[in-house]
Design a protein around this ligand. Structure first.
Ligand code: ADP
Ligand code: MG
Length: 678
């Protein structure tokens, strides 16, 4: 058996079960091994029954009097007594009738589970059970919990892993042995064994240190190598012309924030250089990234160069086009703006493409696909990517071919990636932070609302609507789901339109609508032909409707902090105060996470908190960046991260040849294609 063997080579895994594994993305032994536990339950300390306390417990005992009966249709209960001289504990299983027959009365068992008060009696419900042996899998140890799916639970995964121990023992090393020794790290195969079968919590800690180091080391190597490669590429220089910058700034209806000035300046300096710019501007919603991007575009356009602005959706592309027409009008650059989106007629598209090819168009605004696949570039100097993190090597290369050189690339994001994370993940980018919001912005009044108070809330909202304001309603899903008790956009739309707000104009917007339908509805909302827009998170990024002052988020507990914060950023953009209501799905008390939204308006702080409470996944989720994942290293491990980053830097600076470390090389190559965002 090897890492490439199919899982069906394992005992107990037939074609049916293999399908379940496939649902978790696991097909081979190697993938099974690489599937690290989500968390652990510590059942390593055995308690004597005499000392048992509520909570996670492991006891060693014999089991008697196992009986099974129906308590109602479709519900069987198995009860048994565990114990001996030092007392006894009741065990209860639901719908596991085989338990009763399988228990051997004269044998000692390890019994692990949660000891708690249920139906006025203390018992352990659905405990794990194993004959007391030297190597328990599911009890009496630190028990790993894996991602599960219907019909495939952690117990089975542990059983499968237990069969591949010989394969784990042969796993090859990734780190250079000298580096491993220098940093006092354990061997890779031992670490992988330890992550699935930790001996103790101390052991688990050293295991995690080794794997976390490797992870950050590899990510940093990948990022730094990409950066070095970018620096070899040649772009065009766009000299800084003070007059152009002055004229643009003077034409704006507001004065720039200091942060906007500073970041604008950084970008101008980047574009002067012959190495391509590769800069990420992070700025909270409403921090004014568009103007910063416009500054860069104006500098290029005024000197005869072309700029491309890519938005993730057609909706946003159209909105950017509107904004930029207005911003560039005073400079008489508006006539060289071209919009290119999927829903345009062929004739219109052909005209746009011709204008781009002839160089008459200087600023092309559209979605990625359109701009990349079908357009001849004339003199491309700058590519601006808004709210879009997925811009891989392939796209880069395509652009390079089109332009004949590597254009300067500027990415904008409202996803507040904490600096520690940004440095690790985006080591190849230069990062600017717009940490300041334009003056005079009112905070958005945020309130958590229990469904019991829906009526009162609606009355309050209706007053605002009557005063001429508009409302966004965001739901976690489009249609009713059978498995989740969440209010869907369709449901809420129907209810509002026919009942609670039947005297108002209500629209529905979601990702399943056709592009032109979406656009129509959005335009109706922008023109105030709708009072209420019920939507899914399609409205999340960028959409700007200054008259919308209310955001109602349904099933608010389902959203990540960063995401909810971005949604909230859709309101309070005009002169009126903004309101954000976080409607809970039930009347349970709100979590600390949600309460943080009430008190903080700082996207970066909220992201840090999300990171702390939910782990990096919370941030990756909003970044649509699932493949790149810190599985082991916690961002709070600042020392580990610094250590691994330094090691990577030293490795590259030193006389090392990555080719000598094939395993490391293959890891790094995979990561290079993933981290290569720009
Ligand atoms: P985001 O960073 O979320 O993309 P936008 O660029 O859409 O933000 O800007 C949000 C709003 O703030 C826009 O209406 C824009 O015109 C306005 N704005 C941008 N910069 C300033 C500024 N320095 N002073 C006042 N308003 C500004
Ligand atoms: Mg924006």
């Amino acid at each position: 058996m090897t890492v490439n063997s199919p899982l069906t080579d394992l005992k107990g895994i037939g074609p049916e079960l293999a399908k379940k594994y496939a649902l978790l993305g696991l097909h081979t032994v190697g993938e099974l091994i690489d599937n690290f536990p989500r968390r652990y339950d510590d059942y390593s300390v055995a308690t004597s029954i005499a000392d048992i306390r509520p909570g996670l417990v492991t006891i060693t005992a014999r089991i008697h009097h196992a009986t099974t009966r129906y308590i109602r249709r479709g519900m069987q209960i198995t009860e048994a007594i565990a114990g001996g001289d030092d007392g006894s504990v009741k065990l209860v299983w639901f719908n596991q009738p085989y338990r009763a027959a399988s228990i051997k009365a004269d044998q000692d068992y390890f019994i692990s589970g949660v000891y708690e008060l249920k139906s006025q009696r203390f018992s352990i419900t659905n405990p794990s059970l194993e004959l007391a042996t030297e190597f328990p899998l599911n009890t009496a140890r630190i028990v790993p919990i894996y991602r599960e799916t219907k019909g495939l639970v952690s117990r089975q995964i542990r059983q499968a892993l237990n069969q591949v121990l010989p394969v784990i023992a042969t796993l090859t090393e990734t780190l250079p042995v000298w580096l491993r020794d220098e940093r006092g790290l354990m061997q890779r195969s031992d670490a992988i064994l330890g992550i699935h079968f930790p001996d103790s919590s101390e052991h688990l800690q050293t295991v995690r240190r080794r794997l976390g180091f490797e992870e950050v080391f590899e990510l940093t190597l990948a990022a730094l190598m990409n950066k070095r490669q970018h620096q070899q590429e040649i772009s065009v220089t766009v000299p800084f012309e003070e007059q152009i910058a002055r004229k643009f700034v003077a034409s704006l209806p507001f004065s720039l924030t200091n942060a906007q000035r500073r970041v604008g300046w950084q970008i101008f300096l980047d574009m002067e250089r012959v190495q391509p710019m590769n800069r990420l501007v992070e700025g909270d919603v409403g921090s004014g990234k568009t103007v910063v991007a416009a500054m860069a575009a104006v500098m290029a356009m005024s000197q005869g160069w072309q700029t491309v602005l890519m938005a993730p959706t057609e909706l946003l592309a159209r909105q950017h086009a509107d904004t930029l027409y207005t911003l560039l009008q005073p400079l008489k650059l508006d006539s060289s703006i071209i919009l290119l989106v999927g829903s345009q007629k062929k004739l219109q598209k052909d005209k746009a493409r011709a204008a781009i090819a002839s160089g008459q168009a200087k600023l092309m605004i559209g979605t990625q696909a359109l701009i990349q696949d079908s357009v001849e570039m004339h003199k491309l100097a700058l590519v601006i990517i808004d709210e879009q993190h997925r811009f891989g090597v392939d796209q880069r290369q395509k652009l390079q071919v089109k332009a004949g050189h590597m254009p300067h690339v500027l990415s904008l994001t409202a996803t507040p990636i904490p600096r520690s994370l940004a440095l690790t993940l985006y080591g190849e980018l230069d990062v600017s932070v717009l940490a300041e919001k334009p003056k005079g912005r009112e905070p958005i009044t945020t309130e958590i609302v229990s469904p019991n108070s829906r009526k009162q809330l609606y009355a309050k909202i209706d007053d605002e609507l009557a005063a001429g304001r508009q409302m966004f309603v965001v739901c976690p899903l489009i249609s009713v789901s059978t498995s989740l008790k969440l209010r869907s956009a369709e449901e809420v739309f129907k209810e509002m339109k026919t009942k609670d707000f039947k005297h108002r104009r209500v629209g529905l917007l979601h990702g399943k609508l056709k592009a032109d339908e979406k656009q129509l509805i959005m335009q109706q909302f922008v023109r105030h032909e709708l009072d209420i827009l019920v939507a899914t998170t399609v409205i999340e990024v960028g959409v700007d409707v200054p008259n919308a002052s209310i955001m109602l988020i349904e099933g608010a507990e389902r959203f990540g902090l960063a995401q909810a914060h971005q949604l909230r950023g859709r309101v309070g953009r005009g002169s009126d105060a903004g309101y954000c209501y976080l409607m809970l799905s039930d009347s349970k008390p709100p979590s600390r996470r949600l309460r943080a939204l009430e008190t903080s308006q700082d996207g970066f702080k909220l992201a840090e908190l999300d990171l702390e409470l939910r782990g990096p996944g919370a941030i990756y989720g909003t970044m649509q960046h699932g493949q790149l994942d810190l599985r082991i290293a916690k961002l709070s491990d600042t020392e580990l991260i610094a250590d691994a980053r330094t090691s990577a830097q030293e490795f590259l600076d030193g006389p090392n040849d990555l080719l000598q470390y094939p395993e490391l090389l293959s890891h790094v190559n995979r990561l290079r294609s993933l981290t290569n965002l720009n």
